[in-house]
Ligand binder design. Structure first.
Ligand SMILES: [Zn+2]
Length: 482
């Protein structure tokens, strides 16, 4: 039997999180609003209106392009993509065709090691990156077709990869990393279930070693990373079955049925010529001056994969820690601020963050920047434990108490008397009390029963509710008994 290689390219649509739509001042995010409430003559395509470009959509699109290492064009144009569909009231979509905002770019995916295969990096090239407006939504209600225009004119970036992915796992990893990046640079909420990140997958197979590309099918309508993975696996199985049976793969568009977990044929795919693209006459080109570009790029932060590597290099963190700590930007900022404030072993900060803090964030649905337990307070707690002023379990309870009250760890330790008592006089008084209450044990100890020392220390600890420094208590007891 022939061995096959899987070839996958992903086409993503990313909803930019601007306040208003791309060509009018209607509210962009309608997720919680009733149908057809955020619409106007521009986004519903009434005659005689003119689109006005939203500057913020260009800036967010350009920031994303830069984060994908794409080249920004100083001059880019809008074009009309003509097609007829009920969710597109104008009869065309304003998009970008041959002179888009950016070109080129890539995303390098670190693929973890798995059964018998070492870790590797998959280089995924970007062949298309442009701005466009979204269309509306339609749905079937009791045999009727209903249309909601709220989403018309919401800014999108369409981004298409080359045929560079080689497995369903790599496709899933691409979406995981893209979602992380979009949230990291703050251009999209990237929630697939809300359609803020949408993905179509182009899938084909070929015999291992071949260099040509076979006809591909396009899988549409997948709204979670898991579904993308499942749908690709199903489609690869089907294509292998077809080819093995001597059939040709046709360039179909397939729709993923989430409930039934099956792919259905939607239509034979349109070719680009069907869209009759031409320049949008109602909009000026986007002129990205050097000044504007510099201003946009000044907002480009260190990217997640770069920060992940730096955490491993600079703080000597294991890959596992670096991956979790850079999963989200605010968490990674929190970690670095805590390390800076602590000035001790970064791995120790990482352990407390991954155990105590992450659990708290997950339980309460918070992000790290919303914690009352600031990075400085966490560093304070670590230092209190390190210096022996409190023990580890008191430290862990302080995490909760600081978060609940917003008070500093030192204040809580003082108010609740949580510090280990290392005051010589206080411990000495308790030691004397224990000895005078236990004449028989004192006599036995002096007669040579040295093992009673542990019992004396235990009595002192009990009277001081565990807060005495046990080493100091032992020294004082030995002195008093000699
Ligand atoms: Zn509008």
């Amino acid at each position: 039997m022939t061995d096959y290689e899987v070839i996958i390219g992903l086409e993503t649509h990313i909803q930019l999180n601007t306040v208003t739509k791309i060509f009018c001042s209607c509210k962009a995010d309608s997720w919680f609003d009733p149908p057809n409430t955020n619409i106007c003559p521009v986004c519903t395509g009434l005659p005689g209106v003119l689109p006005v470009l939203n500057k913020s959509a260009v800036e967010k699109g350009a920031l994303l392009a830069a984060a994908m290492h794409a080249q920004l064009r100083p001059l880019s144009f809008f074009d009309r993509k003509n097609y007829f569909y009920p969710d597109l009231p104008k009869g065309y979509q304003i998009s970008q065709y041959d002179q888009s905002l950016a070109f080129g770019g890539y995303l390098d995916l670190p693929m973890p090691a798995s059964a018998g295969r070492p870790a590797y990096v998959r280089h995924v090239g970007i062949i298309k990156l442009h701005l466009e407006e979204d269309a509306g939504k339609t749905k079937n209600v009791g045999g009727e077709r209903w249309t909601d225009f709220n989403r018309c004119g919401v800014p999108l970036v369409e981004m298409v990869t080359g045929p560079d992915l080689r497995s369903a796992d790599e496709a899933a990893q691409y979406l995981i990393r893209l979602r992380q990046l979009l949230r990291w640079i703050g251009v999209s909420e990237a929630d697939m279930e809300r359609g803020q990140l949408r993905c179509d997958a182009n899938v084909s197979i070929r015999p291992v070693g071949a260099t040509y590309l076979n006809p591909k099918t396009e899988i549409k309508n997948v709204n979670s990373i898991e579904s993308v993975r499942d749908a690709i696996l199903k489609e690869v199985e089907r294509q292998i079955r077809e080819v093995e049976a001597g059939h040709k793969i046709e360039a179909w568009t397939l729709e993923w049925d989430e409930d039934k977990q099956v792919l259905r044929k939607m239509r034979s795919k349109e070719t680009e010529a069907d869209y009759r693209y031409f320049r949008e006459p109602d909009l000026l080109p986007i002129r990205l001056t050097e000044e504007w570009k510099a201003e946009i790029l000044s907002a480009l932060p260190e990217l997640p994969l770069e920060r992940r590597q730096r955490f491993m290099d600079a703080y000597e963190l294991p890959e596992y820690d670096a991956e979790i700590l850079t999963s989200e930007r605010r968490l990674s900022d929190y970690f670095e601020q805590a390390v800076l404030a602590y000035r001790g072993d970064p791995k120790r900060v990482s352990n407390w963050l991954m155990n105590e803090i992450l659990r708290m964030l997950n339980e309460r649905g918070l992000t790290a920047d919303a914690l009352r337990l600031t990075p400085t307070y966490l560093a304070d707690i670590l230092r209190l434990v390190d210096s022996g002023q409190i023990n580890t379990s008191t430290g862990k309870s302080l995490v909760e108490k600081v978060e609940a009250t917003g008070k500093s760890p030192q204040q809580i330790v003082a108010e609740e008397g949580l510090a280990k008592v290392s005051d010589d006089a206080a411990i000495r008084a308790v030691c004397q009390e224990v000895l005078s209450e236990s004449p028989k044990e004192v006599e036995a100890y002096r007669a040579g029963k040295q093992t009673l020392m542990g019992w004396f220390v235990g009595q002192v600890m009990k009277k001081m509710r565990g807060k005495a420094d046990p080493t100091l208590a032992r020294q004082i007891l030995e002195e008093l008994l000699s």
